[in-house]
Design a protein around this ligand. Structure first.
Ligand code: SAM
Length: 295
């Protein structure tokens, strides 16, 4: 009898596991899917989802405000690193207390967002983050102005002998400029598939398709052993998270030039820093590092 019950439980467990694999829903994902207007019997009511990812260092409590078809607010707690998937075909208002005041944001279906810190360590909702659980969330897409790109390449003395990597390359402008203006080869790594398409089209348009390539992958999983220079525009916590990768793969003498943000704990490797005058939109900082001899 005991054996029969055990066998039955094993079969049920296996069936549930197979179901989870085929529907792509782990327990955690399912728990984080929020159907705003659940309709009994309908497995998929909405075609789209807005994803909200928590890349802060603490849980986030936020409220989904009432909207079309829903009268009551719903309060959620999103764990560190967690992703909520809000199934909706209409924009949804969310609000949360960022420690200073209650702020409200409109999140749109089909787009990813993240809760992350701004430069003053205040938590805000940022668009453009990928909202994926299997990849590092390095920064939302905010392009570096062309004048700043040009100065970064100049400061790092990029030339035809260089292989320039941009981790989180956005629309590819940094490696494309490195190829076009300095004859360097380049590798851009980007997680957003639509941006990778843009990069490849832009490289072709600019006539540097033979010098640059773009990889659609998580930059945190990249191999950088052939890089002679990195150009970066990532958040400080992302630079900190990537630092072990730099230590592992980069050879002595490799230059790293970063837009705006320093690599935490690397001040002794800075060889140059400058603030570009605010002629573009605001001040932009350029920081140049050089990899030391291996200890
Ligand atoms: C601040 S933008 C910088 C774009 C470009 N480097 C520039 O300076 O114009 C950061 C980029 O990193 C991408 N990104 C975020 N997480 C990533 C990851 N794990 N792997 C690759 N790219 C990522 C984002 O999609 C975004 O395009």
């Amino acid at each position: 009898m005991k054996r029969a019950v055990q066998a039955l439980l094993a079969v049920v467990f296996l069936a549930l596991a197979v179901l989870a694999i085929f529907t792509g829903r782990t327990g955690r994902d399912a728990e984080n899917r929020i159907d705003l207007v659940p309709r009994p019997g309908a497995a998929t009511v909405f075609r789209k989802e807005a994803t909200l990812r928590n890349v802060t260092k603490g849980p986030i409590v936020y409220t989904l405000l009432p909207g079309p078809g829903r009268t009551a607010p719903r309060t959620r707690t999103l764990a560190v690193g967690g992703v909520d998937r809000i199934a909706t075909d209409l924009p949804v208002e969310i609000s949360f207390d960022n420690g200073r005041r209650t702020t409200t944001y409109l999140v749109h279906p089909g787009r990813p967002y993240s809760f992350r810190y701004d430069e003053s360590r205040v938590i805000r909702v940022y668009p453009g983050s990928h909202g994926r659980q299997d990849a590092a969330d390095l920064a939302p897409f905010v392009p570096t102005p062309p004048e700043v790109v040009a100065r970064m390449l100049e400061v790092a003395a990029i030339g035809p002998e260089d292989v320039v990597y941009d981790l989180g390359c956005g629309d590819g402008r940094m490696v494309i400029a490195a190829a076009k203006t300095r004859g360097a080869r380049g590798v851009g790594i980007e997680l957003d598939a639509a941006l990778v398409e843009q990069c490849r089209a832009a490289a072709k348009r600019e006539g540097v398709g033979n010098l640059v390539r773009f990889l659609h992958m998580d930059a945190a999983k990249a191999r950088l052993t052939d890089a002679t220079a990195l150009v970066l525009y990532l958040l400080p916590e992302s630079l900190e998270a990537l630092a072990p990768l730099f230590e592992r793969d980069l050879r002595p003498g490799v230059r790293i030039v970063s837009h705006d943000y320093k690599i935490p704990g690397w001040d002794d490797r800075i060889v140059h820093t400058e603030v570009l005058p605010a002629e573009v939109d605001r001040d932009h900082r350029v920081i140049l590092y050089r990899m030391p001899e291996k200890r």
